[in-house]
Design a binder for this molecule. Structure first.
Ligand code: AMP
Ligand code: MG
Length: 427
């Protein structure tokens, strides 16, 4: 395990008082290490949605297991097809899905076949029912397959075309999405080996922060950060440990940090890390762990503390509700995904035309709350949600994404394209 000093020393131009968003990401990629696969668990497929695979899923079978028909129709040997002459074939039987048809089909013959039924040896093409003419005479049923419509191999599903036996159907580090669950089920596998859930403890700090249920009092605000953090973590599939609101009291803070570090892989606090803080949060972090206090060239969310407390990774987020969510999305989320063992690539940012001029100073990254919509011509437009104050949590509810104005970027003119990180499924 590298110390913070080791990580810092390896980072080009590391200055805790002036870090870029990119440098923070690089630092956290070193600090946040994946869970050991030794702690992996085998769980039932129905319990596995959202979990992260701890090892490759190797397909024990071909999927589909046999060449089969993709349509209801007539299976035939495609070498008989001609571009100019219709094909007249005698129907010698019917192959149903789920049963292998026993028999032989000779030249001049075909087999009526249902979707999913095994294609017998020698038959490689299916002419759909609705495109053939069927003549039923007392002694035989014949089919006319029109000329120039079909090619050899049409409407055939090949053995193993979805998944090949012995190949990785999914790699370790993949997230178990609904599609992934279905894919594993198609292998006949009832269980799957996943990383254990990441345990994340969180608490809010500050004497002015009221827990829900407490009577309002002058100068105090209700704790919203615990709820946004809870939601963000739960959506990521973390096991959450809620340690409440912790007063600005050294004993209470020490107890909360100790409790968190004893149980959790990661600890998230909010509040008490900015420069002018008169509270004990920073002092306690310093006392109990290996912690760095940063100023990041970003808005919102300039101050942040990171480090290690025991075996836990600490993220000391600023107090402002929007700053909490933005620093979570920009830094904590990618770091936690890494710890969860995820190797999923970061989803791409959308490009949308700004409907407004945006003031932006080069030299810091800004995250403005925006609403992306589809214009009549199909292109994407974005406008800000209005007041961008770091305490205006309603902007996070109204918007459907963050407009990311990058470090070197300057003012944005109406009609300029900007990057947007969409909230879908995350926020
Ligand atoms: P701080 O980073 O502690 O200076 O807090 C910055 C601002 O965020 C202050 O106005 C706090 O009242 C507010 N704040 C801090 N923690 C919370 C919280 N848990 N819920 C809502 N607002 C908070
Ligand atoms: Mg405070």
């Amino acid at each position: 395990m590298k110390s913070l000093a080791d990580i810092a020393a390896a980072l080009q131009g590391y200055d805790p008082q002036a870090l870029t968003v990119t440098q923070v990401g690089e630092f956290l990629a070193q600090l946040a290490q994946p869970l050991s696969a030794n702690e992996a668990q085998d769980i039932a497929l129905f319990d596995a949605l959202g979990r992260v695979l701890a090892q490759d899923v190797i397909s024990p079978i071909h999927v589909p297991p046999h060449n089969n028909s993709a349509m209801d129709g007539f299976a035939l040997d495609g070498s008989q097809l001609s571009a100019t002459q219709a094909l007249h074939l005698r129907v010698v039987g019917t192959a149903l899905a789920g049963k292998a048809w026993q028999g032989r089909v000779q030249t001049g013959e075909c087999l009526k076949i249902m979707t999913g039924a095994i294609l017998p040896e020698g038959l490689d093409t299916v002419a759909p029912l609705e495109l053939c003419q069927v003549d039923t005479a007392p002694d035989a049923t014949t089919v006319t397959v029109p000329a120039g419509v079909f090619q050899r191999g049409d409407n055939r599903r090949l053995q193993g075309e979805d998944l090949k036996q012995g190949h990785a159907a999914l790699p370790a580090g993949a997230h178990l999405t609904p599609a992934a669950l279905g894919l594993i089920a198609s292998l006949g596998q009832p269980t799957v080996r996943v990383h254990r859930r990441l345990r994340v403890a969180y608490f809010s700090t500050g004497d002015e922060i009221l827990s829900l249920g407490e009577a309002p009092r002058e100068g105090a605000v209700y704790d919203s950060n615990r709820f946004t953090v809870f939601g963000l973590l739960t959506r990521m599939g973390c096991e959450v440990i809620d340690l409440g609101v912790v007063r600005d009291d050294p004993l209470l803070l020490e107890a909360a940090f100790a409790k968190a570090a004893a149980q959790a892989d990661a600890i998230i606090t909010s509040g008490g890390v900015s420069v002018g803080e008169a509270d004990f949060t920073k002092a306690m972090m310093k006392k109990l762990g290996d912690v760095a206090f940063w100023k990041i060239a970003m808005r919102p969310g300039r101050p942040m503390a990171v480090g290690r407390l025991g075996n836990s990774v600490l993220f000391g987020l600023p107090g402002n509700p929007v700053a909490v969510m933005v620093t979570f999305l920009a830094f904590v989320r990618p770091a936690l995904l890494r710890m969860m063992g995820s190797t999923a690539p970061t989803p791409p940012l959308l490009r949308a035309k700004s409907l407004e001029a945006l003031r932006k100073k080069p030299g810091r990254t800004e995250y403005q709350r925006g609403t992306v919509s589809t214009a009549a011509d199909g292109s994407l437009h974005v406008r800000t949600t209005g007041n961008q104050g770091s305490g205006v949590l309603s902007s996070m509810v109204q918007g459907n994404g963050l407009i990311v104005l990058h470090h070197t970027q300057g003012n944005v003119a109406v009609g300029d394209e900007v990057d947007v990180m969409v909230f879908e499924g995350v926020v």
